[in-house]
Write a protein that binds this ligand. Structure first.
Ligand code: C2E
Ligand code: MG
Ligand code: MG
Ligand code: MG
Length: 288
């Protein structure tokens, strides 16, 4: 590719770019074909009831099997996809895929899907989700949409309209990564959230940092007084699990309880009695 330089001289564009920019451009163009080339898949991480240890649902996490690079994690490619706009296409695929997968799970297992701030700028996001729910025949109350605060700072009116429509369908809205970034308390009051997810950075500090525990306690208290259950993510140790349960957290998620996996059923079978031997294994059998 050539570009005309400032002095009217043609030079090789690629040669002007630094390594990082070049790598970024490459990812950007590869991502445009990632879906049609079947390189994208979802991993499912369980979310458990904090008291019974029973799995209440899974969070869908996007993975990219990038040729020559192996499995690429979202922190690497999602920011690039957001900037280039391909997150819209990827996010649509994720919703579609996650809902049709979850529709085959037994009641009342839920599916949590992360939706990018860029997707929230679409005028028809709620309608798209409604159509996907109809097509996949997933009951709306089994879908949880995870939204980060970053989405609330763009076009607040549009986000509000979208969230209200989703909520009126029966879809649940989760405030993800709470406690980092802006964490404006008024957002919790203004927007129709059903649940708060404490950012995993706090969970990691719980054992050694009294302040982290105070913050988690405060968030759980805030959630309770606003009628929103709180889920803690990033639970890696038994001590962390014990602390958040003591603090009144409703649900837990983390490597201790189950890593993201392409096969939710495997983890489910293996972990069923892990936390609570008395928990009824009942009807929660994944049929495939
Ligand atoms: P998130 O929504 O906060 O997802 C939780 C992340 O924490 C996941 O990383 C998960 O693998 C990781 N995690 C879970 N338990 C533990 C633990 O015990 N310890 C540690 N250290 N990490 C744990 P992942 O899959 O790399 O995703 C990173 C972020 O990328 C997600 O954060 C989410 O913001 C975004 N993301 C993932 N999938 C999608 C997607 O389909 N669409 C959009 N827009 N964003 C996505
Ligand atoms: Mg990661
Ligand atoms: Mg999430
Ligand atoms: Mg999170």
């Amino acid at each position: 590719r050539v570009k005309h330089g400032g002095r009217g001289k043609a030079c090789f564009f690629d040669a002007e770019m630094d390594e990082a920019t070049r790598a970024r451009r490459l990812i950007e163009s590869e991502l445009r074909h990632a879906i049609t080339r079947h390189q994208i898949h979802l991993s499912y991480q369980p979310i458990l009831d904090a008291h019974s240890g029973v799995i209440s649902g899974y969070e869908a996490l996007m993975r990219w099997n990038r040729p020559g690079h192996g499995i690429c994690e979202p922190d690497v490619f999602i920011p690039i996809a957001e900037e280039s706009g391909s997150i819209v296409q990827l996010g649509e695929w994720v919703l579609q895929q996650a809902c049709s997968e979850a529709a085959r799970w037994p009641h009342p297992l839920t599916i949590a899907v992360n939706v990018s701030p860029v997707q929230f700028m679409l005028p028809n996001l709620a309608e798209r989700i409604e159509t996907i729910l109809e097509e996949t025949r997933l009951a709306p109350d089994r879908l949880e949409i995870e939204i980060t605060e970053a989405a609330l700072f763009r076009d607040r009116d549009r986000v509000m309209t979208t969230l209200q429509r989703l909520r009126s369908l029966g879809v649940h809205i989760v405030m993800d990564d709470f406690g980092t970034g802006y964490s404006s308390l008024s957002n919790l009051r203004t927007f129709p959230f059903d649940k708060i997810k404490v950012d995993r950075s706090f969970t990691g500090m719980l054992e050694h940092d009294a302040a982290a525990r105070s913050i988690v306690r405060a968030i759980i208290g805030l959630g309770h007084s606003l009628g929103m259950p709180v889920v803690t993510e990033g639970v890696e140790t038994e001590t962390q699990r014990r602390i958040v349960v003591e603090e009144g957290c409703a649900q837990v998620q983390g490597f201790l309880l189950g890593k993201p996996d392409i096969e939710p059923s495997i983890k489910f079978a293996a972990r069923r009695n892990f936390l609570s031997p008395t928990a009824d294994a009942d009807a929660l059998q994944i049929s495939r």
